[in-house]
Design a protein around this ligand. Structure first.
Ligand SMILES: [Zn+2]
Length: 398
C-alpha cells in the first residue's frame, strides 16, 4: 500500500514537472495540445495546470486559434517574475552578471573584467552577488545562481576542474559562494559554456529544435564543443565530453593551452586567426581578441585580400576538424557558435562544401552546417536561465 502511494506521488510529480516544462518551452500551448503531446488525459492536464496557476507560475492569456475548425483553446504562459535566477557568464576576458526569468527572458546587469587570479575573482564575485541580492531580493523571487564556465566542471561538488585559458584548476566555486553570500536558501549550479549555448539553440532555434543529434562548436579564444545525441546532451564518463578543440591535427604544431601540440584550436580559435593575420600584415584595431576578430571580418567585407586569405585558411582548417567529427558522430547538424556565429554566410557555404567533400560520403551528404542564431554572451546566459529553471521545476515538490 505504501509503495502504491509513493508511486502515485512520484507519478504526480513527474506529470506536473513534464507539463510545467512544456509550458515553459512552448508558451501559448493549450491544454488540448498538452494532452496530445504528453498522452495524459484532459482531466489530469486541467487539474495540474489549475494547480500551477494557483501557485502563481502559469497564467492564461487569450484564445489560440488552431488549424482545426472549432478547436479554440486558451493559451498558457509561464509568469515571468514567478522565478528569477541570477545568471553569470564567466568569460576569458569579461564576466557578465544578469537575471534570467521563468519566461526565459534576460536582463543584463553588469559586465566586469575577469580577474585572472581565481581567489580574487571569487571575492569580487561574492561582493557582486551580495549587491544583486540586496537590490533585488525584496521584489523578485530569486531561486538560485547559475554559472556559465569556460572549462570542465564537476557539477555535484560544484568545482571547476579546469579552465585552461584562465589557468584555473580545481576551483571550489560552489562552496566558496555558498559560504559567503548572504542568502543560504539558493541553489548554485554551473555548466560548461558550449553546452549552455547548445541548450539555447535547441530552445530558441527552430532549425535545430527537433533534430536528434547536433554538435555545437564553440569558437572563442579556445574551441569548445557540446554533443547532443539521441535527444540528450552527452556528458561523458567524467563530464568532459565535447572538448573537440583538443583533437590533434598536427603533433608538431603549436603548443596548446592544454599542454599538447597541434590541437585543432591552435588553428581555428579566434586568437590564433587574429595572430596569424597580425604576424603577416598590420595589427588589427581593438582592445581584445573579440574586437580584433570583428575588425578582421570587416576587412574581408572591404575586400582586403590578406584578410580573405586568412579566413579561407580558417575555413579550411575548420573543415578538417568538422569532417573528423562528422565521420565519428554522424550528426544531423553542426552548429558553429560562440564568436563563430559572426563568420560571414558565404564562408559557411564554403565550409559546407569542403566538409561534404572531405568526410565519408554517407555521413557527409546529409550534414547541415549552420551558424548559431544566438550571440556568444546571450547564448551562455540563456543557457544558464534554462538550466536554472529546469532545476527549479524539478526541486519544487507538490
Ligand atoms: Zn589542446
Amino acid at each position: 500500500m505504501k509503495h502504491t502511494r509513493i508511486n502515485a506521488a512520484t507519478m504526480g510529480q513527474m506529470n506536473r514537472n513534464m507539463i510545467f516544462k512544456l509550458i515553459q518551452k512552448t508558451p501559448s500551448i493549450t491544454r488540448r495540445e498538452i494532452s496530445k503531446l504528453t498522452g495524459l488525459d484532459p482531466s489530469t492536464v486541467t487539474r495540474i495546470t489549475t494547480k500551477l496557476m494557483d501557485e502563481g507560475f502559469v497564467k492564461e492569456e487569450g484564445e489560440k486559434v488552431t488549424n482545426q475548425p472549432g478547436r479554440k483553446g486558451i493559451s498558457l504562459f509561464p509568469i515571468k517574475d514567478a522565478a528569477v535566477s541570477i545568471v553569470i557568464k564567466i568569460g576569458i576576458e569579461n564576466t557578465i552578471f544578469g537575471l534570467g526569468y521563468l519566461d526565459k527572458t534576460l536582463e543584463i546587469i553588469e559586465e566586469i573584467p575577469t580577474i585572472r587570479q581565481s581567489d580574487m575573482f571569487l571575492t569580487v564575485c561574492v561582493e557582486k552577488l551580495n549587491d544583486i541580492l540586496n537590490k533585488y531580493s525584496k521584489d523578485k523571487n530569486i531561486i538560485g545562481i547559475s554559472f556559465s564556465i569556460p572549462g570542465i566542471v564537476e557539477p555535484n561538488e560544484g568545482k571547476i576542474i579546469t579552465a585552461p585559458h584562465l589557468n584555473w584548476n580545481d576551483v571550489k566555486l560552489k562552496s566558496t559562494i555558498e559560504e559567503n553570500i548572504e542568502r543560504k536558501d539558493l541553489f548554485i549550479i554551473m555548466t560548461n559554456e558550449a553546452r549552455l549555448s547548445l541548450l539555447s539553440e535547441i530552445f530558441f532555434n527552430r532549425l535545430v529544435k527537433n533534430l536528434q543529434s547536433i554538435v555545437y562548436i564553440f569558437i572563442s579564444q579556445g574551441v569548445g564543443g557540446a554533443l547532443y545525441l539521441n535527444g540528450k546532451i552527452y556528458e561523458g564518463a567524467t563530464n568532459s565530453s565535447g572538448e573537440i578543440g583538443h583533437m590533434t591535427i598536427s603533433e608538431t604544431g603549436a603548443l596548446c593551452h592544454c599542454g599538447n601540440r597541434g590541437c585543432w584550436e591552435t588553428f581555428v580559435s579566434i586568437d590564433s586567426v587574429v595572430t596569424s593575420y597580425e604576424l603577416s600584415n598590420n595589427s588589427l584595431s581593438g582592445s581584445n581578441y573579440k574586437e580584433k576578430y570583428a575588425n578582421l571580418l570587416k576587412r574581408t567585407e572591404q575586400n582586403d585580400i590578406n584578410a580573405k586569405k586568412i579566413l579561407n585558411i580558417m575555413v579550411h582548417n575548420l573543415a578538417i576538424g568538422i569532417s573528423n567529427v562528422v565521420n565519428i558522430i554522424n550528426p544531423h547538424a553542426i552548429v558553429i557558435g560562440g564568436i563563430g556565429e559572426k563568420i560571414p554566410e558565404n564562408y559557411i557555404d564554403q565550409l559546407q562544401v569542403e566538409v561534404q567533400h572531405s568526410s565519408l560520403a554517407f555521413a557527409g551528404k546529409q550534414i547541415k552546417i549552420m551558424k548559431a542564431k544566438i550571440d556568444i554572451d546571450r547564448a551562455c546566459l540563456y543557457g544558464c536561465t534554462i538550466t536554472a529553471m529546469e532545476k527549479f521545476t524539478d526541486i519544487v515538490t507538490i
